[in-house]
Ligand binder design. Structure first.
Ligand code: NAP
Length: 305
C-alpha cells in the first residue's frame, strides 16, 4: 500500500512514517524541516490553494493518514482563525478529495473533544463538549470529514514517544527534567489513556488493512493520572520518582482549559479489530528500549540543518 502521511515532521507523523517503511511505501508531507529520511518526502504547505489536490495528483496514494494540525492547545487560543483553517476546514477538504479519488483516509483527532465532566469512561456515543479552541476546531474537523466522506476513519488519539525536536511529547517533558535531576510537576487530577506512538502506528495500519470506517477511540487500554505517568517514566529509566511533584491542574497557570477526565473506551476498536489494545506499561518499556537503542538521536538526524 502507498500511504501519504501529512505532518511527517510531527511527533506522530515521523514515528508513523518510520514505523511503516518496512511494510508500506511511505510518502511524507513536509514543510522543509526534514532531510535524509528513509522514506520519500514531498514539500507542501497544505493551506495553500490547490496544495492537497496537487499532492494527490503527484503521489497517487492508496491511503492518507492526516496528522498535520495545530496541536498546540495554547497556540490555538492565540490564533483561533488559523486553528480553524488548519484543524477544521482542511480535514473536510482533504476528505472530499479522498472520496472523489477513492483513497482511504484516517483523520487524526483528539481525546480533548470531551470536557471531562463525566466521571466514567467516554465511548464514541458520548456527546463531545470541547473546552478550548483547539478541541472545538478538532471536533469541527471530525464533523467536516465524516459529513463528506463516511468511509473515512476519524481516530481520537493520545500518544507519547520521541520527537524530532526532543521536546514535543509529555514523555520527553518528564524525561528531559528527570534525566538532568530537575523536579517536574505532574497533575494528579488529569486522567488519560495515552498510547506509545509505535503502538499507535501499528494500530492505525491495522485499521487501514481492515478497511474500517467511522469514529474510533484509538488510545491505550489503561487509564492513569499524568503524575503517575511521570513516576512510571522515572522508575523505568532509573531516575528518582520523588522528583515528580504532585500538583493539581488548577495550579498549572496554563492558558487554555484542560479536561480532567480523558478516559476513553477502546471497546469498539478492540472488537472491530479483533485485537487486544496495548496499555501504557508495555509502551513505557518500548519508549525506554528505543532510548537505549539510540532512536532519539536517529530521529534528530533527520532534522534539516
Ligand atoms: N501530541 C498528542 O499527544 C496528541 C494528543 C491528541 C491528539 N493529537 C493529534 O495528533 C495529530 C498529530 O499531533 P502531533 O503531536 O504529532 O503534532 P505536531 O508534532 O505538532 O506536528 C504537527 C505537524 O503538522 C504540520 N503542519 C502544520 N501546519 C501545516 C501546514 N499548513 N501544511 C503542512 N503541514 C503542516 C507540522 O509541520 P511543521 O513541522 O512544518 O510545522 C507538523 O509536521 C494532530 O492532529 C493532533 O491534533 C495529538
Amino acid at each position: 500500500m502507498k500511504i501519504l502521511v501529512t505532518g511527517a515532521s510531527g511527533l506522530l507523523g515521523l514515528n508513523l512514517s518510520l514505523g511503516m517503511i518496512e511494510t508500506h511505501t511511505i510518502v511524507g508531507v513536509d514543510r522543509s524541516k526534514l532531510a535524509g529520511t528513509p522514506f520519500e518526502l514531498v514539500q507542501a504547505d497544505l493551506l495553500q490553494a490547490g496544495a492537497c489536490s496537487r499532492l494527490i495528483d503527484q503521489t497517487r496514494p492508496d491511503a492518507i493518514i492526516h496528522t498535520a494540525a495545530n496541536a498546540d492547545i495554547d497556540a490555538c487560543e492565540s490564533d483561533p482563525d488559523g486553528a480553524h483553517h488548519l484543524n477544521a476546514e482542511l480535514p473536510g477538504h482533504l476528505a472530499e478529495l479522498c472520496a472523489k479519488h477513492t483513497i482511504q483516509l484516517i483523520h487524526i483527532s483528539t481525546d480533548a473533544v470531551f470536557n471531562g465532566a463525566k466521571d466514567v469512561i467516554y465511548t464514541e456515543d458520548d456527546t463531545p463538549n470541547p473546552l478550548s479552541i483547539y478541541a472545538q476546531t478538532k471536533l469541527n474537523g471530525e464533523a467536516a470529514v465524516l459529513s463528506v466522506n463516511p468511509d473515512a476513519v476519524v481516530a481520537r488519539v493520545n500518544f507519547f514517544g520521541w520527537s524530532l525536536s526532543g521536546s514535543r511529547s509529555l514523555s520527553e517533558f518528564f524525561f528531559n527534567h528527570l534525566s538532568t535531576g530537575k523536579q517536574v510537576n505532574g497533575f494528579t487530577d488529569v486522567y488519560f489513556c495515552t498510547m506509545f506512538v509505535g503502538d499507535l502506528a501499528d494500530t492505525l495500519v491495522r485499521i487501514l488493512e481492515k478497511g474500517l470506517s467511522g469514529l474510533y477511540h484509538v488510545v491505550g487500554s489503561e487509564a492513569l493520572a499524568k503524575y503517575e505517568f511521570g513516576v512510571r517514566i522515572a522508575r523505568q529509566f532509573g531516575y528518582d520518582p520523588e522528583l515528580v511533584i504532585p500538583i493539581s491542574v488548577t495550579e498549572s497557570g496554563l492558558k487554555a482549559k484542560r479536561s480532567r477526565n480523558l478516559r476513553l473506551s477502546i471497546h469498539k476498536l478492540s472488537t472491530d479489530l479483533g485485537l487486544e489494545i496495548p496499555g501504557v506499561s508495555t509502551g513505557i518499556e518500548k519508549f525506554y528500549t528505543q532510548h537505549q537503542q539510540g532512536y532519539p538521536q536517529k530521529m534528530r538526524s533527520y532534522q534539516q540543518l
